[in-house]
Design a protein around this ligand. Sequence first.
Ligand code: SF4
Ligand code: SF4
Length: 377
Amino acid sequence: MSKKLVSCRTAPILCISQNARPEIGSRSRAPQFTIPTVRSEPRRTESPLATGAIETIWREAAARIGFAVTRTAEAYATSDGRGLIAIGTDDLLDADDAFAQLLFHEICHAITEGQQAVASPDWGLDNVPSHRVREHACLRLGAVLAGRFGLRAAMAPTTEYRAYYDGLGSDPLAPAPPAAEPDPAIAIAAAAVVRFEASAWRGPIEDGLARTAALALRRHPLGFPLGPANETCGSCAWIYRGGRGTPVERCRQSAPAIGDGGRVSAAFGACVRWEPPVDCRTCGACCREAYHSVTISVRDPVVWKEPDLIVRQGHRFEIRREGTRCAALIVDPPAKSQPGYSCSIYDSRPKPCRDFAAGGRHCVEARRRVGLSAGAR
Ligand code: SF4
Ligand code: SF4
């Protein structure tokens, strides 16, 4: 098979006979692909994606965006322009190939070429020099999407384009160092990323990548070890919507000291830092030793409503402390190993307390400081 030497859609491998396109969903009319016969290199390391479970994930992802997928002994990877993608059978592929990687690559081609190309066989691409840049753009897009889930290496092409893919920097939309020539593929890939982000394909594909990462890497897409098998990011205390531009689902646990957490999806399997939604009544961390004081404005109504709880520290006012905790915190019952917590001035609590969001940045930090939540101290 010559796929190591030529593009994924070099004519001798991938051309579909235009007179014999398969019907979508039909298994009775075999695609009339040219048969690849020569393997150019010995088999290499087995792909971590070459499992039946991961193939199922990608069949489901393809179905959700409207593609039927078949296996064929007559082509490496191809599409018929009618909604059918054909991926080579296992005996046709090398060990370092995988159904998931090939299908993901075809989907990246579809995104890169845009909606009009979905109705064209092989996304309107031929193995002509002018289409090399389209292949490069597709690879850059694939590196962006797969990289978000730690799958960049696993989704690498095994064709002659491998060197180009491996030469991409940490940002696949930046010029590959050293950038001798401007790469026109960058602008095409960047536009494809924008198109993907706004498309209905995003959910199914990101779900597919996340589930693939969990199976292949045994890690959450954000890099954390896997957590409870029956939970998801969607049921976790630390998922939130935010970030620049259109808010998207993110993980508070992965957030740096300044800035937003990594992007997640509610459908992702839980990581080891998963927690059920926080309950202030069993936590109290932010009112205990996690923070040393609550500084309040002189104009805050709590100053005159709760004068016995106010102390002056130079030019500042604070809520008085009792030991390591806020004097307004009620611990009930104090002697039990699992006490409950409540605020004695809840209705007139000062603005810093009103602004303090359960599940927010400072909440996770407070819980880490008292040992209730995992993460950096
Ligand atoms: S901490 Fe929660 S939201 Fe973040 S990755 Fe883990 S399960 Fe998902
Ligand atoms: S806001 Fe967060 S840290 Fe404070 S009591 Fe509630 S759960 Fe605990």
